[in-house]
Ligand binder design. Structure first.
Ligand SMILES: *[C@@H]1O[C@H](CO)[C@@H](O)[C@H](O)[C@H]1NC(C)=O
Ligand SMILES: *[C@@H]1O[C@H](CO)[C@@H](O)[C@H](O)[C@H]1NC(C)=O
Ligand SMILES: *[C@@H]1O[C@H](CO)[C@@H](O)[C@H](O)[C@H]1NC(C)=O
Ligand SMILES: *[C@@H]1O[C@H](CO)[C@@H](O)[C@H](O)[C@H]1NC(C)=O
Length: 266
């Protein structure tokens, strides 16, 4: 029974250090290149939210709505939409054509396949790029428009940015596997010592050194290793053999005491 308890404890610690990652909702994005899909899994906490921003440029006023792998503003397949005053809705990017790139503290999400331009950009498709940068103080910061570049001949795009803590590098990931194993070992050792101590003291009713768990076993180990050390490390003979300088170092120390004893009664 004790054995299973230990395994459960170990499993608990391992679970605590490995963070489960789900891809439940980001899997709605269809990737342009499927090898980018693992980048999307970090954005999972941002799914099912409409992020909006309104821009004013003279008479023109636009509201942009963005969702991670979901229908922005409820428009089917649209990852980013643009709404203008008259409530005309233009799809800027389609999350069925997604690209994603990841750096140390940012993720760039690209939705292609938006509505085609009527005049600009060689009548190509609109495209949305969303730069998500690390900010540990924000779950998901406000969306903002960086630029709409439609004066190019091809490859026009809308660029947005927002801050979020989900793209920040994990602090746990800085620990190597070795140090995680060490932490697990030390935790288990601590639990073993404290648990064993309490067991011995409260249930068995041991006193003194015997309160240490498996005291007999460990003292045996201690004695054995001490003997081993003795055997390996001592350069000259064993403990029993008197050192050659014994007469000089040890004997004179004991003798004055004996003389003192004789002197005491007087
Ligand atoms: C995925 O979306 C569903 C609703 O569509 C929600 O209940 C669930 O919590 C989401 N999962 C994650 C990991 O955000
Ligand atoms: C997908 O990405 C991988 C690695 O970046 C690359 O080797 C592969 O050629 C890409 N495939 C396509 C269809 O672009
Ligand atoms: C996003 O906005 C649309 C339109 O307002 C709404 O129908 C939908 O429920 C919103 N989604 C979320 C997750 O708030
Ligand atoms: C989004 O892309 C998919 C796949 O290319 C296509 O079937 C769908 O019609 C597109 N949706 C919109 C709103 O453009």
């Amino acid at each position: 029974m004790a054995q299973t308890t230990w395994w459960r404890l170990l499993a608990f610690f391992v679970l605590m250090v490995t963070k489960a990652q789900t891809t439940e909702n980001t899997s709605r994005c269809k990737m342009y290149n499927d090898s980018d899909r693992k980048v999307l899994s970090v954005l999972e906490p941002l799914t099912n939210q409409n992020f909006t921003v309104t821009t004013k440029n003279g008479e023109e006023e636009y509201t942009y709505v963005f969702q991670v792998c979901g229908d922005a503003d409820g428009v089917k397949d649209a990852g980013v939409v643009q709404k203008s005053k008259g409530n005309t809705v233009i799809v800027i990017g389609n999350y069925s054509v997604t690209e994603a790139f990841k750096g140390s503290d940012w993720v760039l999400l690209i939705y292609q396949g938006g509505e085609k331009y009527h005049e600009h950009c060689s009548k190509g498709s609109r495209k949305a790029m969303i730069m998500i940068s690390c900010d540990r103080t924000k779950a998901a910061g406000p969306l903002s428009v960086v630029l709409e570049d439609r004066e190019r001949n091809t490859d026009c795009f809308y660029l947005f940015e927002m801050d979020s803590s989900v793209v920040c590098p994990l602090i746990e990931s800085k620990l190597s596997t070795g140090s995680i194993l060490l932490i697990v070992c030390f935790s288990c050792l601590a639990v073993y010592l404290i648990g064993g101590f309490l067991y011995q003291r409260l249930i068995v009713g041991a006193k003194g050194f015997e309160q240490f768990p498996n005291y007999g076993f460990w003292s045996e180990i201690g004695n054995l290793s001490a003997d081993g050390c003795d055997f390996v490390c001592r350069s000259r003979g064993s403990r029993e053999e008197p050192p050659t300088y014994r007469g000089v170092s040890t004997e004179p120390l004991e003798e004055p005491e004996e003389r003192d004893d004789h002197l005491l009664p007087m």
